[in-house]
Design a protein around this ligand. Structure first.
Ligand code: SF4
Ligand code: SF4
Length: 316
């Protein structure tokens, strides 16, 4: 894989600073049952990195000390971390909003088939990747058979009450473009997803998050190896929308890696761009974060292009 970091330096991205910290996004490791082409963490079945219970306890201690309202769990497939249930249960006891970034297929894997019920019991919001509602496109990006498995998993989640009115069980889907293009307008795309999935498979969900692919890790490498990196970066810059600067996710979110090190965001984590000096969550002080400059490079143009992009989809 070609490292995209050297190609992102020399950035003219405007300087931005942190607001009050509200969300902790925790990467539980790089183990995943899939190996998607757009994966920005380069996760897969052969990865072994996984957060320990001791680091989870440090995360919980940080939450106990600070005014964090949301714990956003990511990976890899976060559910494949052996201590996933421990962390979720502890967070639920603390009354946090918990988000599980789920690839859906994992809910059908041997040894994980009761995870959907566990998530429902703990009122965990599910943010699930479904990069398209057309089988061929999903299988191309995520691997053969992933579309059918995703549909089965979504139907199972609906049976548990996910995505239905008045259950409080939120099910949001994530769209990623297939290639080096910006996503279409989120609201119109959500309408198309809802129409298609309901009519064809009887599936309902709450919202669709349309995300921009950032030119880092596996996607960055594909762009570099096919000679499209510069054009894609230019596309992001040409579509720079200044009002998005106030709403990028690093303003109120802290990203924690599987070893407990902290970063401004998940992308900086993957590029190994530390927050200030390299430090672990045990030493991080919220009081020192507010107002601090955010470490930005050229990939940040992915968060501000067009309708913008964050962990919750479009931002404008
Ligand atoms: S994009 Fe998600 S599901 Fe696909 S390999 Fe990466 S972590 Fe796994
Ligand atoms: S890539 Fe990270 S640091 Fe850059 S703007 Fe986006 S969220 Fe902020």
């Amino acid at each position: 894989m070609i490292d995209s970091l050297p190609y992102l330096k020399g950035s003219d991205f405007p300087s931005i600073t942190r607001n009050k910290l509200e969300i902790l996004q925790v990467n539980l490791g790089y183990v995943c049952n899939l190996s998607c082409t757009h994966c920005h963490v380069n996760a897969g079945p052969k990865r072994t990195e996984s957060m320990t219970k001791a680091t989870m306890d440090a995360v919980l201690a940080f939450i106990d000390k600070h005014d964090i309202h949301t714990l956003d769990l990511t990976g890899g497939a976060p559910e494949m971390n052996p201590h996933f249930r421990y962390l979720v249960t502890q967070a639920a006891e603390r009354g946090l909003k918990i988000i599980d970034r789920c690839n859906l297929v994992v809910l059908l894997e041997k040894g994980f088939q009761d995870i959907a019920g566990f998530l429902a019991d703990n009122q965990v919001e599910i943010v699930a990747s479904l990069p398209c509602y057309v089988q061929e496109n999903v299988d191309k990006q995520r691997g053969k058979g992933t579309f059918d498995a995703s549909i089965k998993a979504l139907q199972r989640l609906n049976k548990l009450g996910y995505g239905l009115a008045d259950t409080g069980l939120h099910l949001n889907l994530v769209f990623n473009p297939q290639g080096a293009v910006l996503p279409p307008e989120q609201q119109g795309l959500e309408y198309s997803y809802k129409q298609h999935l309901q009519a064809r498979y009887g599936i309902v969900f709450n919202h669709l998050f349309a995300m921009v692919n950032l030119p880092v890790q596996r996607f960055g490498s594909v762009l570099l190896s096919t000679g499209r990196f510069d054009d894609y970066l230019q596309l992001l810059k040409d579509n720079f929308h200044a009002p998005n600067l106030d709403k990028v996710m690093c303003k109120n979110t802290l990203s924690v890696d599987w070893q407990g090190f902290v970063y401004d965001c998940d992308f900086n984590q993957m590029l190994n761009i530390p927050l200030g000096c390299r430090q672990k969550i045990q030493l991080a002080q919220v009081s020192e974060l507010t107002g601090n400059p955010i470490a930005t490079l050229q990939h940040c143009y992915g968060c501000t292009a067009g309708q913008g992009s964050s962990c919750g989809g479009a931002i404008s």
